[in-house]
Unconditional design. Structure first.
Length: 417
């Protein structure tokens, strides 16, 4: 659900760009626009408005040039190259403004540029001082901790709040970042139709940092216009709290074994015990590596990803297990979300996705072209009772699997012609 569909709370700051743009010969560069805007700034200019303005320009840099991880440094280099020109004073002010959004590492680079600028330039009052401290924070979340909004409130340099909407199906992603008047969490609670709860500001900002860091890794950028304009501002506010982030740790063997044993005791999957245990172990592998929140954190969208993609590419399963995957997965999801304490109706939303995706799974299961060579070999060995210690039989099996793949490729080429 997009927040726009229910009237996202109005943000403040610059208007968002209309679509991804590419610079043209007649369009001023981002650095030139920053210099032009900086030329009118003085000692009494509003720091928060300056931060919002520069954050918007950094967002434009990402949309135009496609490098989110280096956007601040790239813009700083362009401004630094203009320090010796006719608009050097304005470039110096623009660089001071950009420094407000710099991480600790980026700040040292910008300080070096400012220190080597020709002539004498004053440091404006709004450029001094530390980042404001957060005073309160709230979290609004759907039942599965998939769609979340973190709202962080500040008193300095004037009362305001930053709201960040994220989703975590198929990876942590940012949908929207808003700089807002201090209205608290209720407008966003109304958007999601869920209550807000107060959380530690450090925890909220840590989550925001992780989400922005993840989004910055993608190339080409996946940033949406509703998020990229205030990305730089949210990023610099969250940076001091990155060490609070909970880093991924694999589930230990003892916990894995206990979880699988409990599932076997509770489930009624129509399959042999060893098959049920094998599939539960596979579900743990998927959850441990791909579910945001851990092996129990199944949410809408993840059953489809598992059944139509992951299991066909990653899992090596015998035929008896392959047939039982949908029923076992549905039982596993009900087990996991029940263990997390979700309401039956919320569990049903995720578990029923298995039934809606079952037909697609069966189609892909029959289409061996979607399987990796290793999966096809394992299937052949299992179906034909090949002794894994018989080297000659293994060699014949590999030849048979390769011949089958070549035959399918030839048939596909003929169909395409």
């Amino acid at each position: 659900m997009s927040p726009k569909s229910k009237g996202r709370p109005k943000g403040r700051g610059r208007a968002k760009p209309k679509g991804r743009r590419r610079p043209t010969p007649t369009q001023a560069s981002i650095a030139d626009r920053a210099i032009r805007l900086a030329a009118v700034l003085g000692d009494d200019s509003d720091r928060l408005e300056i931060e919002a303005m520069m954050s918007g320009l950094v967002g434009d840099e990402i949309l135009d040039n496609g490098h989110a991880q280096t956007a601040e440094r790239d813009l700083a280099s362009e401004l630094g190259a203009r320090l010796a020109g006719g608009r050097g004073s304005a470039a110096y002010v623009a660089l001071q403004a950009l420094r407000l959004l710099a991480t600790e590492r980026e700040r040292s680079t910008m300080d070096g540029l400012l220190a080597t600028a020709p002539g004498e330039h004053p440091t404006l009052r709004w450029a001094l001082g530390d980042e404001p401290e957060p005073r309160r924070a709230w979290l609004i979340s759907d039942p599965w901790d998939n769609q979340q909004v973190h709202v962080v409130g500040y008193d300095e340099p004037e009362p305001h709040q930053i709201a960040v909407m994220t989703t975590s199906t198929s990876g942590l992603a940012v949908w929207a970042i808003e700089l807002e008047d201090p209205a608290g969490p209720q407008p966003w609670a109304d958007v999601l139709g869920r209550p807000a709860r107060e959380v530690e500001p450090a925890d909220a900002l840590s989550r925001i940092w992780d989400a922005i860091l993840q989004m910055d890794l993608y190339y080409p950028p996946m940033w949406e216009e509703d998020a990229v304009a205030m990305r730089a501002l949210a990023r610099v506010r969250a940076e001091p709290y990155q060490q609070q982030s909970v880093r991924w740790e694999a589930i230990d063997d003892e916990e894995r074994a206990l979880l699988i044993e409990e599932f076997q005791a509770r489930s009624a999957v129509d399959a042999p015990d060893d098959v049920v245990a094998m599939l539960a172990d596979t579900f743990v592998d998927f959850g441990d590596g791909y579910l945001d929140g851990g092996v129990l954190a199944w949410k809408p969208g993840e059953p489809e990803r598992f059944l139509t993609d992951w299991v066909h590419r990653k899992a090596l399963l015998p035929e008896a297990a392959v047939v039982a995957v949908p029923d076992a997965l549905k039982a596993w999801i009900e087990f996991c979300l029940g263990r997390k304490g979700l309401a039956p109706a919320d569990i049903e939303v995720v578990a029923d996705e298995v039934d809606r995706t079952r037909e697609d799974y069966e189609t892909l299961r029959r289409d061996q072209s979607e399987q990796s060579p290793q999966q096809q070999l394992l299937r052949y060995l299992t179906d034909n009772d090949v002794d894994p210690d018989d080297r000659e039989a293994i060699g014949e099996a590999i030849s048979a699997v390769n011949a089958g793949r070549l035959a399918r490729l030839a048939a596909e080429s003929e169909r395409d012609e």
